[in-house]
Design a protein around this ligand. Structure first.
Ligand code: SF4
Length: 365
């Protein structure tokens, strides 16, 4: 694939199905609410989808920007196969345009060099199994834009008993969303703020669509957790955090885990300071006061803010510091070993022992 031309003769370019023709001759992509309207040869905002041969194609099928083995807690997922390792990968491009993007070298890439590794679904599944990973995660950039590839990888993994995890901003239209999540076992959805103005001015997207995705996931078997990156002065007021938590309790329920993570200056928001740890602790306190039971701080050392407590007897059942689990008091099926209360999440055997390691992977190793 050349960076600036699309062709179905390219081995990494495939036909897609979520699009329709417009009366003015353009074709509209129907994967996400951007609804890019394309003339022949044009690419959408995500860059990896575009129009060629009078249809919308995906031009990054089977190519990746790289792989790492991570702790599942890094996605972050604290209630999904705790302590296990996950094979993480991403492609290039994104359907949002967040000014604070923490992965902008991948998400904003227009360079084919970014897609350096060829990776068919079967090779990825074999690799995850060989490396002992319990799951594979579509992360670094949003799998919404490469959904056909992600679904095929998920299917290949499921055949080997490996779970599939989507890390996404949840900015997707209902029909592709329903198809996409039929192939996923877990997700972490970024809820980037709780004001329409933040979503419009800083991410160039719309909050109600993301809330719809959360309500959609609530009614599926997909295990999901939520992350809010707190950016000083932009989405960290008591009032906004309160609004977010009240909405989550009433629309998703008190058991959905919520992660407040720390911002570092990046991309187009280098003039904004790092998030102070006190901001994360304040947000966590507000969320717990409003009824959320599993609220975590992230990207900081904060064992108190990263420990899971049993809702039955109030004892610590998973004690963490950053990504390391130092004490684990759940049975193999996720019940408190003191009082027997079931913890929400997916538990399947003893706790993993991957720890905090991050190991880059080259396919074919
Ligand atoms: S997936 Fe890409 S091409 Fe399709 S509407 Fe969204 S940004 Fe546009």
């Amino acid at each position: 694939m050349a960076a600036d031309t699309l062709s179905l003769s390219d081995p990494y370019t495939v036909a897609t199905s979520y699009w329709h023709r417009l009366d003015d001759g353009r074709i509209q992509c129907d994967v996400c609410p951007r609804a890019c309207k394309l003339r022949e040869g044009q690419r959408g905002l995500c860059f990896v989808r575009g129009r060629v041969d009078d249809q919308v194609v995906l031009a990054s099928y089977g190519r990746s920007s790289g792989f790492c083995i991570d702790p599942i807690e890094k996605k972050p997922l604290n209630h999904f196969l705790p302590g296990s390792s996950v094979l993480s990968f991403g492609t290039a491009g994104c359907n949002l345009a967040c000014r604070f993007c923490q992965n902008w070298d991948i998400s904003k890439s227009r360079e084919i060099d970014t897609l350096s590794s060829a990776a068919s679904p079967s090779i990825l599944a074999e690799t995850a199994e060989r490396l002992g990973c319990r799951s594979i995660a579509f992360t670094y950039n949003d799998p919404v834009i490469f959904m056909e590839y992600a679904m095929d990888v998920a299917d290949a993994c499921r055949e080997r008993g490996i779970k599939a995890v989507a890390v996404s901003a949840g900015y997707m239209k209902p029909a592709p969303r329903a198809e996409f999540y039929r192939h996923m076992d877990a997700a972490n959805i970024d809820l980037k703020a709780f004001t329409e103005s933040f979503y419009q001015k800083i991410t160039f997207s719309k909050l109600p669509v993301v809330l719809e995705t959360l309500e959609y996931l609530r009614d599926t078997d997909v295990w999901f957790e939520i992350t809010t990156l707190l950016i000083p002065g932009h989405n960290d007021s008591d009032a906004e955090i309160t609004d977010e938590c009240e909405w989550l309790v009433s629309h998703v329920g008190p058991d959905v885990p919520l992660h407040f993570t720390a911002f570092h200056p990046d991309f187009k928001m280098r003039d904004v300071p790092h998030t102070p740890p006190e901001t994360l602790s304040r947000a966590r306190r507000i969320a717990r006061e409003h009824g959320l039971r599993y609220v975590y701080t992230g990207n900081v050392h904060d064992p108190a803010g990263q420990t899971t407590t049993c809702p039955g007897c109030d004892r610590p059942v998973i004690v963490r510091d950053w990504y390391v689990i130092s004490d684990y008091r759940l049975t193999d099926d996720g019940r408190c070993d003191h009082c027997g209360t079931s913890l929400p999440g997916r538990y399947d055997g003893p706790v993993g022992s991957w720890g905090a390691r991050r190991v880059p992977v080259r396919l074919g190793m």
